[in-house]
Design a protein around this ligand. Structure first.
Ligand code: NAD
Ligand code: MG
Length: 403
């Protein structure tokens, strides 16, 4: 396809979220190169209608079907001819449209799996922010990508950094590429140094106040527990075809180095930049070219120094649990993801104390027989089973709030 003769068609799944909004900013900056074909939201029809007015997509999807009529009314009033679809079917449809070249997968959580899979099966370039899809069904998604010659480019800042520091033929294996280890950086989140006895009283607002990044609420809590880094270790194993023992987490509170790759000759390559998601988004949209992202340039004199620490697995039990789940293999990471989603949601609702999050996840992993994650059906079954087990265990954990 030649970008000079035809603009690249893009679907943005989860366009009303933090990654979605950043993506639209980059797309708008390069309107001569990209065309927005479809936008999607879960329930926020107001923001989706505004985005439709701005980008005039062919399609808009509201995942909660009962809100689709309201979007259709708003678009009619604004005299827009964007077609409105609803539900997961609608999400899958716009991920696989003929006129779509790239799909930004920026839905949060397990809800992103089916549309991301649809994009893979349609052979699209997938810009993957939705790490949960890989955590719950890495084998399935990677197989679909390979079988249908889709492209999977990481948006997660760490994985995008690793991608930028890897030789082009890394797909042949890390040994072939001369890579010894991946060094995955982590800010440590808002509770890196908080006294442990204060964790029981932290509020959702405190957990969502990330020191360096402005993100959606679920990933913000994941960053505070460091489950986010655990999910990212698993994500790195799938994306770069490696094992968890070759992914070392490095706590780096400034979030200036977004990750590194260590080679057998002792070289370490790093990607640096301001913490601004428009950088990995622009990288994956334009790859192998480079385009402006709108992010400000990194000022090394202001940064002045960079700190590194080893992660404390007793403080951040979620990171340890995620490593163990990846080492266990099969559907253990499907269970991990489901239990984490349930526990985080309850914490955000004020129904579960923060330190109970890893406990609920660990007990769910012990309670659910994970088995193999070899088909969509088995993954969906295990996901559902893990969610109901986690709900039961969460209610028990929640009882501790009152006592
Ligand atoms: P967010 O909560 O800000 O946005 C989520 C988007 O998904 C919204 O558009 C929402 O409408 C949609 N959505 C939510 N539930 C849905 C459902 N059930 N069905 C369909 N759509 C649904 O989240 P975010 O911070 O933009 O994160 C999105 C994804 O990107 C996550 O997987 C996150 O881990 C990953 N990510 C985010 C960042 C970041 O800086 N925000 C960085 C790296 C990775
Ligand atoms: Mg990240």
């Amino acid at each position: 396809m030649d970008a000079n003769t035809r603009r690249i068609g893009v679907t943005v799944l989860g366009s009303t979220g933090s990654i979605g909004v950043n993506t639209l900013e980059v797309l708008e900056r390069h309107a001569g190169r990209y065309r927005v074909v479809a936008l999607t939201a879960n329930t926020d029809v107001e923001r989706l209608a505004e985005q439709c007015a701005r980008f005039q997509p062919e399609f808009a999807v509201v995942a909660q079907t009962e809100r689709a009529a309201e979007l259709a009314r708003r678009l009619r009033d604004a005299r827009l001819d964007t077609r409105v679809l609803g539900g997961t079917d609608g999400l899958e449809t716009v991920a696989a449209l003929e006129q779509v070249d790239y799909v930004m997968a920026a839905i949060v959580g397990a809800a992103g799996l089916l549309p991301t899979l649809a994009a893979a099966r349609a052979g699209k370039r997938i810009l993957l922010a939705n790490k949960e899809a890989l955590v719950m069904s890495g084998r399935l998604l990677m197989d679909a990508v390979h079988r249908h010659a889709a492209e999977l480019l990481p948006i997660d800042s760490e994985h995008n950094a690793i991608f930028q520091c890897m030789p082009l033929d890394y797909a042949k294996g890390l040994d072939h590429a001369g890579v010894r280890r991946i060094l995955l950086t982590a800010s440590g989140g808002p509770f890196l140094d908080i006294p442990l006895e204060r964790l029981a009283a932290v509020t959702p607002e405190q957990a969502c106040s990330h020191p360096n990044w402005d993100m959606g609420r679920k990933i913000s809590v994941d960053s505070a527990t460091m489950m986010n880094k655990g999910l990212e270790v698993i994500e790195a194993c799938w994306l770069f075809d490696t094992t968890p023992d070759r992914v070392q987490v490095v706590v780096h509170p400034q979030s200036v180095i977004h990750s590194m790759v260590e080679y057998v000759d002792g070289s370490v390559l790093a990607q640096l930049g301001n913490p601004d998601m428009r950088i990995p988004i622009a990288n994956a949209l334009a790859w192998p070219d480079r385009i402006e992202s709108g992010a400000s340039a990194l000022n090394m004199f202001e940064v002045a120094h960079l700190d590194f620490r080893e992660p404390d697995l007793s403080r951040f039990a979620c990171l340890r649990i995620a490593y163990e789940a990846m080492e266990a293999g099969g559907a253990a990471t499907t269970v991990l993801n489901a239990a984490n989603e349930v526990a985080v949601e309850r914490f955000l609702e004020g129904k579960l104390p923060f330190p109970e999050i890893p406990r609920v996840i660990e007990r769910t992993l012990a309670a659910v027989a994970a088995g193999e994650a070899d088909s969509l059906e088995s993954i969906c079954e295990i996901d559902a089973e893990a969610r109901s087990a986690a709900c039961r265990l969460t209610d028990r954990g929640a009882a501790r709030v009152q006592t």
